[in-house]
Design a protein around this ligand. Structure first.
Ligand code: GN1
Ligand code: MG
Length: 348
């Protein structure tokens, strides 16, 4: 992302908080986030990446209001001093302020108990929205359109043959494309309202390890829950995180599903839960494809210039991690299917 952004201090004028203290939080790959302290209260200020339209805040407002009404903890948008849900100007783009939820974020899970908690919270989140009637003001198409991500990768390979790192990226790209060829990408399960980006770092835990709330609500959408759970489980069941040689943990997988299923009693049908193990592997491979595409394009994911020489290098590492994770899930395929079947039938 470019560096000529207005400062968060300037944008805070929209909330009459220009005297607040700000501290940047560097974990997100898409938006920029600052913790803001003003008159003893904490908030999260964010610059919204233009891949999202500002109308996303209308959805967020409706859904967080519903979540709160159902007794869940959730960040809420703080209106600007002129009563708007976001601040926008031509130069600065779109900014918004949230209430701050105190607690801890983890980049990766360290125990089955943590995964159980994450699953329980995501189940409560889905349950609270199960029969919520909402017409989305903003829809980001193709988030898990796996075929589209595959063809993006193939196209980038053709387009960027001159890339300086092409010789190290191309074999990884071909390996990803080969892995896809063994997978059935069809899904016809019902669409439900889901979070859309349930990776572990988007969950807040309290000091006792209880999962309190889901953060990062720009991706709220309707989709089959197998896609959502696939995205959650590929993140939660790899204690090595997204930047190191992965370690898929079947015990984390079972425990997360157990927590989720308990919170979804009477809701998820076999059509919802049946494809979860297959989609856990697909989403991991899909993310590998997205990172690998960006190793060539260098235009989408934020990267760490302190640790890597280029966006390409950082994204290639991320792609290799997700690819290796998907391969290790392939080795656990039967056990993942069995765990899923053992957990659900008595509860649906
Ligand atoms: C991005 O912005 P962040 O870090 O919450 C990405 C997700 C990926 C994730 C991988 C809008 O999420 O889809 O799963 O990185 N978000 C978007 O860490 O592309
Ligand atoms: Mg996100």
């Amino acid at each position: 992302m470019d560096t000529n952004h207005p400062t968060p201090e300037t944008m805070l004028k929209n909330w009459n908080m220009e005297q607040a203290r700000t501290e940047e939080i560097l974990t997100g790959h898409i938006n920029r986030t600052w913790r803001v302290t003003h008159e003893g209260k904490a908030f999260a200020l964010q610059w919204l990446n233009p891949i999202f339209a500002p109308e996303v805040h209308l959805d967020m407002e409706a859904i967080t209001s519903r979540l709160q009404g159902m007794g869940l903890v959730t960040p809420r948008l703080v209106r600007t001093s002129s009563g708007k849900l976001w601040a926008e100007d031509h130069e600065a783009g779109v900014w918004r302020l949230f209430t701050w939820i105190e607690g801890k974020n983890h980049l990766s899970a360290d125990s089955p108990e943590m995964c159980h908690e994450a699953g329980r919270l995501l189940g409560k989140f889905h349950s609270a929205l199960w029969d919520f009637r909402h017409e989305f003001a903003f829809t980001r198409l193709g988030v898990h359109d796996t075929q589209k991500h595959i063809s993006n990768l193939s196209m980038s390979l053709k387009k960027h043959a001159e890339h300086s790192e092409f010789d190290s990226i191309a074999p990884v790209a071909h390996d990803i494309l080969d892995e896809f060829s063994t997978l059935d990408l069809d899904i016809s399960s019902p669409e439900r309202i889901v979070h859309g980006d349930p990776k572990l770092s988007n969950i807040v835990f309290d000091q006792q390890g209880k999962a309190i709330c889901m953060l990062d609500l720009d991706t709220l959408a309707r989709m089959p829950i197998a896609l959502e759970l696939g995205d959650a489980l590929r993140s939660w069941c790899n204690p090595a995180g997204e930047e190191m040689e992965p370690d898929f943990r079947l015990d984390f997988f079972s425990s997360a599903l157990e927590g989720y299923a308990r919170a979804m009693v009477g809701k998820a049908t076999r059509e919802d839960w049946g494809p979860i193990p297959r989609w856990t592997r697909i989403i991991s491979l899909e993310l590998a494809a997205r990172f690998c595409t960006d190793a060539l394009e260098e235009s989408y994911f934020r990267w760490d210039a302190q640790k890597f020489a280029s966006a390409s290098e950082h994204n290639l590492l991320r792609a290799k991690v997700q690819l290796s994770l998907a391969k290790s899930m392939a080795e656990h395929e039967d056990a993942m299917e069995k765990a899923n079947h053992d957990i659900w039938p008595t509860r649906t």
